[in-house]
Write a protein that binds this ligand. Structure first.
Ligand SMILES: Cc1cc2nc3c(=O)[nH]c(=O)nc-3n(C[C@H](O)[C@H](O)[C@H](O)COP(=O)(O)O)c2cc1C
Length: 193
C-alpha cells in the first residue's frame, strides 16, 4: 500500500479499517481506543459521548463496549437500538463511521465474560452511587468496592451493518462505504469524498 494515498482497492480499504479498529481494542494509546458513540435520545435529539472500545469480532462484525446499566445511553439504546460509532486517527488521516444495531447484556454469558475480563479499577466505576447522570450537590467520591458494581454492569454489542471510511490524502481523498445486508452479504462502493 502507498502509505500516503492509502489502500487502492475496496477490499484493502476494509481490511485496513478493521485492522485499525482491532488495534484500537488492543492498544490503549491508539486513537481508535476511544470512539464516539452516537445514539438517538429519548426526545429524538442526537446524543454523542466518548466510550472505550473493548472488543471486536471481525467474523461476526460485533463490537463491544461497557457501560453502566443506569446510564442514559442504555435507556436510549433500549428504546432505539440503532447506533453509530465514530473514529478518527489523526496519524493515519482516517475517519470511520460505523453503524449498526446494539444489544444490551446485563445478566447473560456475554455480560459475565466481559465482567470476568475487566480489571478491578474498571469494575469500581459501576459501583458509583447515586446513578450516573443524577444531579448532586457535590461530586461523589470514587467507589472502592468493585463487586458492588456488577449489578450495574452492562456490555453493549454493536452489530455492524455499515462501515464508511474517509482517508485524507493530498493525492485525493478516498471515501468508501461497505454495507452488509441481513444475510451478511457485503456490498461496497467508493463515494465522492
Ligand atoms: C476517555 C473517555 C472514555 C470513556 N469511556 C466510557 C465507557 O467505556 N463507557 C461509558 O459508559 N462511558 C464512558 N465515558 C463517559 C461517557 O463519555 C459519558 O460521559 C457517560 O457514559 C454518560 O453518558 P450517557 O449519559 O450518555 O449515558 C468515557 C469518557 C471519556 C472521556
Amino acid at each position: 500500500m502507498n502509505r500516503e494515498a492509502g489502500p487502492a482497492t475496496l477490499p484493502d480499504t476494509l481490511a485496513w479499517a478493521l485492522a485499525l479498529v482491532a488495534r484500537g481494542v488492543a492498544d490503549r494509546r491508539h486513537a481508535f481506543h476511544t470512539p464516539v458513540l452516537a445514539t438517538v435520545g429519548l426526545d429524538g435529539a442526537p446524543q454523542a459521548r466518548t466510550v472505550v472500545l473493548r472488543g471486536l469480532d471481525p467474523t461476526t462484525r460485533q463490537l463491544r463496549l461497557h457501560t453502566d446499566a443506569r446510564a442514559g445511553k442504555v435507556a436510549e439504546l433500549d428504546a432505539s437500538p440503532r447506533a453509530s460509532l465514530l473514529f478518527y486517527d489523526a496519524g493515519a488521516q482516517l475517519q470511520l463511521r460505523l453503524g449498526g444495531t446494539a444489544t444490551l447484556h446485563r445478566d447473560d454469558a456475554v455480560a459475565d465474560a466481559a465482567w470476568a475480563a475487566s480489571r478491578d479499577f474498571s469494575r469500581m466505576c459501576y459501583a458509583i452511587q447515586p446513578a450516573p447522570g443524577q444531579p448532586v450537590a457535590l461530586p461523589p467520591a470514587a467507589p472502592l468496592d468493585s463487586e458492588a458494581g456488577r449489578p450495574h454492569f452492562c456490555a453493549v454489542i454493536l452489530h455492524l451493518s455499515r462501515l464508511e471510511s474517509l482517508h485524507l490524502a493530498a493525492s485525493g481523498h478516498r471515501r468508501a462505504r461497505f454495507d452488509w445486508d441481513a444475510t451478511g452479504t457485503l456490498s461496497a462502493t467508493w463515494l465522492v469524498p
